[in-house]
Design a binder for this molecule. Sequence first.
Ligand code: F3S
Length: 404
Amino acid sequence: MKLTREEKQMLEGKQGPATKKAMEILVALGEIYGAKRMVPVSSVQVSGVSYHNLGDAGLEFLDELARGGGRVRVLTTLNPAGMDLLEWQKLGISEEFAHKQLKVIDAFRKMGIVISCTCTPYLAGNLPHFGESVAWGESSAVCFVNSVVGAKTNREGGPSALAAALTGRTPEYGMHLDGNRKAQVLVEVKGRVAETPDFGALGKAIGEKIGNKIPLIKGVKKASTEQLKSFSASIATYGGTALFYMKGITPGKTPVPKEKILITQEDLDKAMASMRDEADEVDLVSVGCPHCSIKEIEDIARALAGKKVKAEFWICTSRVTKTMADSMGFTKTIEETGAKVAADTCMVVAPIKGRFKVMATDSGKACFYGRGTNKFKVKIGTLEQCIAAALSGKWVWGVDAHEH
Ligand code: F3S
């Protein structure tokens, strides 16, 4: 790889041991993927934050980096942690876990990383512009920022994102090169895609058919930012793509690919049905995967006002959004019903395996991990259905998400 003078200095250790280690990681990665040079990145999103996933080995690694003088050079934000950093008791997190999680956060803070703890950094102050190179982890955010924003990033793992943050560089390969950003399969959608769980089902149906190919999707008439975040999460989870084009909705341009597939109403119904396990009772309702926007929280507050929930109900969001919700009185309205606004964390990265049996959610991605990681039965539905389930503790709908 061709390195600039400054990059060579980093590699030689002239800018401290943490920067040296980071540059070694990036050069090794660049060599594996055939990168010719490094590109500067304007921001980084670091995933791998929950102590639940990191364990003591991860904590030690981060601590060492921080003590070795590692300091970030660009805006760097953080994925959700395993708990609400301020009100972890409210979510039933043990003191021992909280202690370790706070140590992890401390190491990140020492490195200059913004303790944003969200998978929607683009709603919390880390919003690159079209065409800009960044280095982000978190598959849903990667897919959103490549596709909806039009910035460029590979799917970074924890160490490679950290290395990019400590150097301000990433090797130029994959999604950073325009030649690799062309759609590979045309997807014609012939079916109803209107509400958030429909976008989860669409992401699952497409993802399972095309794997990690880049799709050009035609036939979706309208999509809100919230629905695009849900779609990004779902297609990245069930397929693995880091980029999609949605005709008339996302900004990038691509030649129309030759390969073509069709997504019918039957495909969408099947995908929806596959995210509804057999169960009549629901003991956890969790929305905000990816993290809720302020609009979603406002909608939830209005729908819940003055009622009482029967099931445990988590509304997962970022600290930034919760602060807005606090100042608008939404948090108070929600929490008076017994529901909980869970900031900094989510139903997947919090250590709640075994605590609940059946989870209702409006997110395709949460269904995948709720089942796989936490061993819950799952029920996908609209926000209205999730709220009704939280109020009654029951799930009364069949397979069709639009039944009310
Ligand atoms: Fe975010 Fe957790 Fe879902 S990190 S995308 S809310 S699994």
